[in-house]
Write a protein that binds this ligand. Structure first.
Ligand code: CP3
Length: 344
């Protein structure tokens, strides 16, 4: 039997239909997610493999997407090593004692298989259930800069003032922080593949807050080391960030096989900048205005995607919580029926 279309498109091969999945498809807008999840912390849900595997599968059943993404969070490994992370509903990750000085490096100890055993159990349960339809599971982690923005700022930020100050005034401390995060991220991602994930995405969601010089000096090296540390696994890897139009050529040098393109950039222009297989880039806000509007927006993206092989349809960022799931069902149908990129 041939490999799933998602994996073949990721390798730049031709496919029977254009593959599609949605960032943040697990959770958020699904009523069946809210019913299952209850009101506890998302970190408690992540600690429960049976629950997390079920949440991983819900969007695959509902939407008929071509890939599942592990239900977890970018702060999971740091929570697991006891850094003191919580995730506040409606707000995001908050840190009890933010990273401020070299003495905090000790709190970023190496991660062990015991620390992430619950996540790997979720991977195994999800993969076993996905075998029936041969749907690949995408594993993921946060990229060092984006996760560091939470660890250093202590909470979600729009300005990135604390972390940018640290970069520029204490570059050696910032580099040591990146070193610790690379050391945690590589074994954590490798373990996901060892337990059955068939692709990996690195979320550098907030990289777009950096200038080109800052990205090249402070974010690209750690990102490159992570993809170097995954190379021998031979699975497709995706690097994604929001507002990264001016960084795409630099991101393309990080070593992922695919670069995610956010909705601010036309796909054809984005692909010219990365010269690599692409993923994206429907504006998630255009899924809020009903089915007809979302279909129109989907067709605009499909037109920009063109006919060349090596594209995976996605949103340009995560599903917005108020999205009507029936709209996403229709988007999947339209992509499958009308997508031309690499379709024989
Ligand atoms: O794609 C998926 O649905 C898989 C699960 C997933 C979650 N977080 C679950 C989650 C993934 C891939 C993430 C990644 C993540 N987490 C990123 C990178 C992706 C992106 O959107 O840029 C970032 C920046 C985070 C940090 C984080 N965690 C934020 C900003 C929030 C939102 C807070 C909120 O309530 O709006 C979270 C919480 C979170 N992670 C939720 C989910 C489903 C929602 C809250 C909940 O259900 O408790």
């Amino acid at each position: 039997m041939s490999e799933p279309v998602f994996l073949r498109a990721a390798r730049g091969e031709t496919v029977e239909h254009l593959p599609v999945w949605f960032m943040r498809q697990a959770g958020r807008s699904l009523p069946e997610y809210r019913a299952l999840r209850g009101t506890g912390s998302i970190l408690d849900a992540i600690a429960d493999p049976a629950l997390s595997a079920e949440i991983t599968l819900q969007p695959v059943r509902r939407y008929g997407v071509d890939a599942a993404i592990l239900f977890s969070d970018i702060v999971t490994p740091y929570h697991a090593i006891g850094f003191g992370v919580d995730v506040e509903p409606g707000r995001g990750p908050v840190i009890a004692k933010p990273f401020t000085s070299s003495s905090d490096l000790e709190r970023l100890r190496d991660i062990t298989p015991d620390d992430y055993a619950h996540v790997m159990k979720t991977v195994e349960l999800s993969v076993a259930a996905l075998a029936e339809t041969d749907t690949p599971l995408i594993g993921f982690a946060g990229a060092p800069f984006t996760v560091a923005s939470y660890l250093v700022e202590g909470a979600p930020t729009r300005e990135f003032g604390v972390i940018k100050t640290m970069m520029h005034s204490q570059p050696a401390l910032f580099d040591s922080l990146m070193d610790r995060m690379v050391a945690i991220t590589i074994p954590y991602l490798r373990a996901q593949v060892a337990h059955g994930a068939r692709a990996l995405q690195l979320f550098d969601s907030w990289a777009g807050s950096l200038t080109r010089d800052e990205y090249e000096r402070f974010a690209l090296p750690s990102t490159q080391r992570i993809f170097d540390g995954l190379k021998d696994l031979n699975v497709p890897t995706i690097l994604f960030g929001v507002g990264t139009g001016e960084l795409l050529d630099l991101m393309s040098r990080a070593g992922s096989s695919i670069v995610g393109i956010d909705w601010h950039v036309d796909l054809d222009e984005g692909r010219r900048r990365t010269k690599k297989p692409s993923q994206g880039n429907l504006d998630p806000a255009r899924c809020l205005g009903g089915e007809a509007a979302a279909i129109q927006a989907t067709r605009e993206v499909l037109a920009k995607a063109g006919t060349d092989a090596g594209h995976i349809f996605n949103l340009g960022h995560g599903v917005l919580p108020s999205t009507d799931p029936t709209v996403l069902e229709r988007v999947v149908q339209v992509v499958h029926e009308e997508g031309k990129a690499g379709v024989q």
